[in-house]
Design a protein around this ligand. Structure first.
Ligand SMILES: [Zn+2]
Length: 321
């Protein structure tokens, strides 16, 4: 690894895509405000929510971190929602996200947050991987995902699925069902929806630069921004215990919509084996890691395996205090 270059080249096709996305989003605001039916706007927001659910509950918490298991119906639904997002195949998303966790905040992290918000949110997505990152990406264990028939089907047919599910069906619906002008449909259900969705998806890797507290920073922060940005340590916790299904991508714990969605799925027996941990077990794990000279991640993982969380937490967030 030491001999391999860590230099990343700019991928100009990706840069052009980002520019196109941004300019088209600005144009879409005109159609959103002046031209489109309100049904098209509500429909676009609904598709955004489904897409984000597919990436957060599906690609992130289910497939990348195995924080719970899902039956075939739930997997199919989440894979369909993830396809709507147009953020690449589940397989590729999971591989890059595992690389991000494995080398978090280092030169091998494709979204390296230590380089600032702009790098982790935008620039990291426009650079090709360095030879050292490519090697590390090849070493990521994907055997669990490779056994998943739904993920592998989506990977194999991703390009036709992208054109049919992400673009054609989604853009055609407003024109087909409530006679929306096709240009308004392309800008609002197309570019506006795609811009908002992709930025919400990219935030999963860059949120730590917005909501994450730096070591030594106090809470609540001494800034007016506290009214819109509730900073906390939950994002740092996610990098210590990524398997905890209750850590939200956007800085909450247990009370966010995705955790509630997973709990409802568990109550309906669509999701099982929800992994989480209570505060006392975390305290014991921290002491254990000190005494046994183990990493905190390792000690937390062991504690989760040994802890007995009551099944009732499926419908009420398990107390972490
Ligand atoms: Zn993660």
């Amino acid at each position: 690894m030491e001999n391999l270059s860590t230099k990343r080249e700019m991928d100009w096709l990706k840069v052009l895509f980002h520019l196109q996305l941004f300019i088209s989003f600005l144009c879409s605001l005109h159609y959103l405000i002046n031209e489109a039916y309100w049904t098209t706007t509500i429909y676009s927001i609904f598709i955004i929510l489904l897409s984000v659910l597919g990436v957060t509950a599906g690609a992130h918490r289910l497939w990348a971190h195995k924080s719970y298991t899902a039956n075939t119906k739930l997997k199919f639904f989440l894979a369909l929602c993830q396809t709507l997002s147009g953020s690449g195949s589940i397989y590729d998303w999971v591989r890059w996200h595992r690389l991000h966790h494995k080398h978090f905040n280092t030169i091998l992290d494709p979204y390296n947050p230590s380089k600032g918000f702009f790098f982790s949110h935008i620039k990291g997505n426009t650079l090709s991987l360095s030879p050292a990152q490519e090697k590390s990406l090849d070493e990521i264990d994907m055997s669990d995902v490779e056994e998943d028939k739904i993920v592998m089907f989506q990977k194999k047919y991703y390009i036709p699925l992208y054109f049919i599910v992400t673009l054609l069906l989604t853009l055609n619906a407003p024109a087909e069902y409530w006679s929306e002008n096709i240009v308004s449909s392309i800008f609002v259900a197309g570019w506006f929806r795609y811009f908002v969705t992709l930025h919400l998806v990219w935030l999963i890797n860059s949120a730590t630069k917005i909501w994450g507290l730096l070591p030594g920073e106090k809470y609540p922060c001494d800034t007016n921004l506290v009214f819109i940005l509730s900073k906390n340590y939950w994002l740092s916790y996610h990098y210590l215990a990524p398997w905890d299904y209750q850590t939200s991508e956007y800085s909450k714990y247990g009370t966010d919509c995705v955790s509630k969605f997973i709990r409802v799925c568990a109550a309906l027996e669509y999701a099982t084996d929800l992994k989480t941990v209570d505060c006392k077990t975390v305290q014991k794990a921290l002491i254990h890691s000190l005494h046994e000279n183990k990493s905190i991640n390792e000690a937390l993982l062991e504690s989760e395996a040994n802890s007995k969380i009551p099944v009732e937490h499926y419908l009420t967030p398990f107390k972490y205090q």
